[in-house]
Design a protein around this ligand. Structure first.
Ligand code: 7TS
Length: 409
């Protein structure tokens, strides 16, 4: 992969921050956007901005083709069997909430169980807490191994015939752990439960095949994979989506409206109430074209190399604690860490003065922070535009940070 050529396509990276060339290591929060995506949005707004599914005029037809064309690109991208299974949402959070509200309230009852893990993002915890409260179901957690992975034995011990829903992240935004979704799905199905996957941190970085995984729902966000904010995907198996009620009611999602009764459009539109996220979907389509042209395998390989390099270099820093699996092949392209006696917010602030952007905080995973016995951590996350040089700069700045704080205190 030619990182230098790729970087040229991301205009935002070509700038100085606080007098230093920007080193962007916060792609797990949101990725930067390449020219083909920026240009697709520009072209849409300059040349064919229009509402979809209604007008017969030329711009409306073009916008509808762009919007529905993007749905087909998403279908192929995750290998769903039909575009009826691809619902445009605002992002992972909205997608998981849609499943919890629509599937959950209809199928989960008192005495049933919902199973998640200790490593989940708040977006994959709170919708299930709410569902458990509303239905009288029990929320159960699959424990973590010492190294921040899960064991299939623990999955088998936690999931029971009472379990109706298992929901799990594919890749952890804190530990970098890659979870064995295919195997967990099998265990969920053997117990009569459905499998929901939070794919926010997987789809940007690796090939995902929903038919191979056999999961029932798969959710992800466009903004972490080079697309604009405000667009995401809910994939669901057709036979489940067909049974489910819409969550939002209004324009666009209806077939017939009477004074007291209405009927819904067929899939996938019954879940897309209101004027949809047209520009966002077109931008997501352009992002998928861009990622596929480079190749998800090449991106995964590149990030794997960066993670291995970062783990090796960063572990030489005196007083550093790195969280998650120690072996690079068990994890994705991010490294979460703490430096002894320096608060992660101070680490991130000092790094920012060197032009290096990392995230500090609880990363929307407070139960995981509790499990790690910390209140916060710092995190460097990589994407296709990062290089070994970025990691060298990070390590150099971390050593400086440590020295600065040991001089001050
Ligand atoms: N699930 C995981 C695993 C995530 O990492 C995130 C966002 C979400 C769900 C929510 O995605 P959204 O697009 O609906 O907001 N994670 C992060 C992060 O790690 N830092 O900032 C956002």
């Amino acid at each position: 992969m030619d990182v230098k050529a790729i970087r040229e396509l991301f205009p935002i990276l070509n700038q100085e921050v606080n007098g230093h060339p920007l080193v962007y290591l916060d792609s797990a929060a949101t990725s930067q956007k390449p020219l083909p995506v920026i240009e697709a949005l520009d072209e849409y707004y300059r040349q064919y901005n229009s509402n979809v599914h209604r007008g017969v005029h030329t711009l409306g037809t073009k916008a509808t083709d762009g919007y529905e064309g993007a749905r087909e690109k998403v279908r192929k991208f995750i290998n769903a069997s039909s575009t009826e299974e691809i619902i445009f949402t605002r992002g992972t959070t909205t997608s998981i909430n849609t499943v919890a509200v629509s599937y959950g309230r209809a199928n989960v009852h008192e005495g049933d169980e919902i199973v998640i893990t200790y490593m989940e993002h708040h977006s994959n915890i709170i919708p299930w807490q709410q569902l458990a409260k509303q239905t009288g179901a029990t929320l159960k957690y699959i424990p973590l191994q010492e190294d921040g992975t899960i064991s299939l034995d623990d999955v088998r011990n936690t999931v029971t015939p009472k379990t109706k829903i298992v929901s799990m992240m594919h890749v952890s935004n804190v530990l970098g752990t890659i979870n064995p979704i295919k195997e967990v799905t099998k265990i969920a199905h053997e117990n009569g439960a459905i499998m929901v996957v939070d794919g926010a941190q997987s789809t940007p970085h690796m090939k995902v095949d929903v038919q191979d995984l056999d999961c029932d729902f798969y959710t992800f966000s466009g903004h972490k994979m080079c697309a604009p904010t405000g667009i995401g995907i809910l994939y669901g198996k057709k036979h489940l989506l067909e049974q489910m009620e819409p969550v939002e009611f209004g324009g666009e999602m209806i077939d017939f409206v009477g004074l007291y009764e209405s009927t819904w459009k067929e899939l996938p539109w019954k879940f897309e109430g209101g004027t949809p996220i047209i520009a966002g979907a077109i931008g997501l389509g352009a992002a998928i074209d861009f990622l596929e042209e480079i190749g998800l395998e090449a991106i995964k390989e590149h990030e794997h190399r960066l993670a291995a390099y970062a783990l090796e270099k960063m572990s030489t820093i005196d007083g550093i604690t790195i969280y998650g699996p120690k072996e690079a092949d068990k994890r994705a392209g991010l490294v979460t860490f703490n430096i002894a006696d320096v608060h992660p917010h101070d680490v991130a602030t000092v790094l920012d003065t060197e032009g290096i952007a990392v995230r500090a905080g609880h990363h929307c995973a407070q139960p995981l922070m509790k499990w790690l016995n910390v209140s916060a951590t710092a995190r460097a996350s990589f994407y296709l535009y990062n290089s070994e040089e970025d990691i060298d700069k990070l390590v150099e700045a971390l050593i400086k940070t440590k020295e600065y704080f040991s001089d001050v205190f």
